[in-house]
Write a protein that binds this ligand. Structure first.
Ligand SMILES: Cc1cc2nc3c(=O)[nH]c(=O)nc-3n(C[C@H](O)[C@H](O)[C@H](O)COP(=O)(O)OP(=O)(O)OC[C@H]3O[C@@H](n4cnc5c(N)ncnc54)[C@H](O)[C@@H]3O)c2cc1C
Ligand code: HEM
Length: 404
C-alpha cells in the first residue's frame, strides 16, 4: 500500500488517536445513528450485529482506531482491508455508498469529540477517510470484476432454491442451494462463505453469512446451519420454517479464509461446534484433489447428539489415506464412549496438537466460537507457530483482537 497522505494530515489524524481510543465506540454509535437515517443505507446492514452492544459497532470502531494508529504504516492494514473488502462484497456494498459513511463519520467525530477537534482536524479526517475508502473501493471493484468474469460468476443478489434439507445432528441441518436460473454457479474457494438474504415468517428481511460446507462445484452450494434458539431467528427460520422449494437470495462466495491453491505443507484443520463447516469443504476438496497432502482433521463437539458429519469426514479420510481424524467430546452423552463414538473426552489442547500433528511444519486452519479461537490462536503462538501459519474464520464481525 503506497502512502500519499500529506505529513500534516498524518500528524492531525495521529493526534486524535487517544481521543478515539477513549470514545471510539461512542463515535461509531453516533455514526450509525446518522447513517441509518437513510432507510436504503440501513437496509444494507445485518441488523442483528447492530444495537447497544452491537459487534458491528465494535468492529468498525476497531478498524478506524487501527487505521488512525497505522496511518504512517499502512502496510499493516493489508489483511484488514482484505477481510473488510470481502465482507462488503457479501453485503453488496458499492462505491456510491461510501459518501454516506463519510458524512456520518465526520459528523460523529465532530459531535462526540466536541471542542477537542477543530476544522483542520475534521478536514484531515475527511481526507484520511477517502484515502482508506478508495483503497477499499479499488479492491472491491477488483474482486467484483473477477467474480463476474469467471464461469458461473455474478454480481449482487441472485435467486437460489432450497433443493435439499438434511439433518446432520440434533442442532445442525444442511441445505443444498441451487440457482433458480439453472445456470452454473461460481466454484468457490474451500473455506469461503455466502451471504443469504431472506424474509422471516413475519416479513422481516434479514441477511446472514454461512460458510459453504461442500467442495467447489458449478451446480450448487451446501450450507450447514446450527440452530440458535435466541436472537432474531435466521437459523430458527431456516431450521423450522423453510422448506424444500423455498427461494432466497445469495451474493457470490466471498472471504479471505480458504485453502491455498497449491498446499505446500501438512494441514491441520481445527474446529469446534458448527465451525466445522469450512473444514468439511476443505476435507472434500483435499479428498478429491490433493492425494499427497498430509491432513489432520481435529474437531471438538459437545457429544454425539450435536456432532455433525462425522461419518462423512471419516469416510473421505479413509479413502484419502493421508488424512487423520480426531474428535473430542467436552460433554459426552450417556451413550458416548471414548474410542468408539469419538476419540477423546475433554477439550482439544495445544499440547495434544503438539504431540499428535506435524506441529511445527503445518499450516493451521481454525474455526469455531470466539473463546475457542482466541485461546487456540494464542496457545499456538505461545508454542512457537508463526502468525503466517495460522489462518482462522470468525462467525461474526471481528470486534475483538483474536491474535496479538
Ligand atoms: C463468515 C461467517 C460464516 C458463518 N458460517 C456459519 C455456518 O457455517 N453455520 C452456522 O450455523 N452459522 C454460521 N455463521 C453464523 C450465522 O451467520 C448466524 O450468525 C447464525 O446462524 C445466527 O443467526 P440467527 O439469526 O439465528 O441469530 P441472531 O439473531 O444473529 O442471534 C445470534 C445469537 O446472538 C445472540 N443475540 C442476538 N440478539 C440478541 C438479543 N437481542 N439479546 C440477547 N442475545 C442476542 C443470541 O445468543 C443468539 O443466539 C457464520 C457467520 C459468519 C460471519
Ligand atoms: C472506509 C470505510 C469503511 C470501513 C473502514 C469499514 C469497515 C468495516 C468493518 C471493519 C467491517 C466488519 C468486518 C468484519 O466482519 O470483521 C465492515 C462490515 C460491513 N460494512 Fe463496512 N466499512 C466501510 C465502509 C462501508 C460502507 C460505505 C458501507 C455501506 C454503506 C458499509 C457496510 C458494511 C456492512 C453491511 C458490513 C457487514 C456488517 C455485518 O457483518 O453485520 N461499510 N465494514
Amino acid at each position: 500500500m503506497s502512502q500519499s497522505l500529506s505529513p500534516r494530515t498524518i500528524e492531525l489524524v495521529k493526534a486524535t488517536v487517544p481521543a478515539l481510543g477513549a470514545h471510539g465506540t461512542d463515535i461509531t454509535k453516533v455514526m450509525y445513528a446518522k447513517l441509518f437515517q437513510d432507510a436504503h443505507i440501513r437496509a444494507l446492514f445485518n441488523q442483528s450485529n447492530q444495537g447497544e452492544s452491537g459487534s458491528q459497532v465494535k468492529a468498525l470502531a476497531a478498524a478506524i482506531l487501527a487505521y488512525a494508529r497505522n496511518i504512517d504504516n499502512l502496510d499493516a492494514l493489508v489483511p484488514v482491508v482484505e477481510r473488510i473488502a470481502h465482507k462488503h462484497i457479501g453485503y453488496h456494498i458499492l462505491p456510491e455508498h461510501y459518501a454516506y459513511v463519510a458524512r456520518a463519520l465526520i459528523g460523529a467525530i465532530a459531535e462526540v469529540l466536541g471542542e477537542k477537534v477543530n476544522e483542520d482536524i475534521l478536514t484531515a479526517w475527511g481526507e484520511a477517510y477517502w484515502f482508506l475508502a478508495n483503497i477499499l473501493i479499488e479492491r472491491e471493484t477488483g474482486i467484483r470484476e473477477n467474480l463476474e468474469s469467471r464461469t458461473g460468476g455474478w454480481n449482487g443478489w441472485r435467486k437460489f432454491r432450497i433443493s435439499e434439507k438434511r439433518r446432520e445432528s440434533d442442532v445442525i441441518t444442511s441445505f443444498i442451494l441451487s440457482p433458480v436460473d439453472g445456470q452454473p454457479v461460481l466454484a468457490h474457494r474451500p473455506g469461503q462463505y455466502l451471504t443469504l438474504r431472506f424474509s422471516l415468517a413475519d416479513g422481516t428481511e434479514i441477511k446472514r453469512n454461512y460458510s459453504i460446507s461442500c467442495a467447489p462445484n458449478t451446480l450448487h452450494y451446501r450450507i450447514s446451519v446450527k440452530l440458535e434458539p435466541a436472537g432474531q431467528g435466521g437459523s430458527r427460520f431456516l431450521h423450522q420454517v423453510s422448506q424444500i422449494g423455498d427461494i432466497l437470495e445469495i451474493t457470490p462466495p466471498a472471504g479471505d479464509f480458504f485453502l491455498p491453491d497449491e498446499p505446500e505443507r501438512p494441514i491441520v484443520l481445527l474446529s469446534a461446534g458448527v465451525g466445522l463447516t469450512p473444514m468439511v469443504s476443505m476435507v472434500e476438496t483435499i479428498g478429491t484433489h490433493y492425494p499427497d497432502i498430509e491432513v489432520h482433521y481435529v474437531h471438538g463437539a459437545l457429544n454425539s447428539r450435536t456432532h455433525a458429519m462425522d461419518q462423512h469426514v471419516r469416510s473421505i479420510a479413509h479413502q484419502h489415506g493421508k488424512m487423520s481424524v480426531a474428535t473430542f467430546y467436552s460433554d459426552p452423552a450417556p451413550q458416548d464412549s471414548a474410542g468408539i463414538t469419538h476419540d477423546q473426552n475433554g477439550l482439544i489442547s495445544p499440547e495434544w496438537l503438539r504431540d499428535n500433528t506435524p506441529f511445527s511444519n503445518a499450516d493451521f486452519f481454525l474455526c469455531g466460537p470466539k473463546p475457542f479461537l482466541r485461546g487456540m490462536v494464542n496457545d499456538l503462538g505461545t508454542l512457537g507457530i508463526k502468525p503466517e501459519r495460522i489462518h482462522y474464520e470468525i462467525f461474526g464481525p471481528n470486534d475483538e483482537e483474536i491474535a496479538a
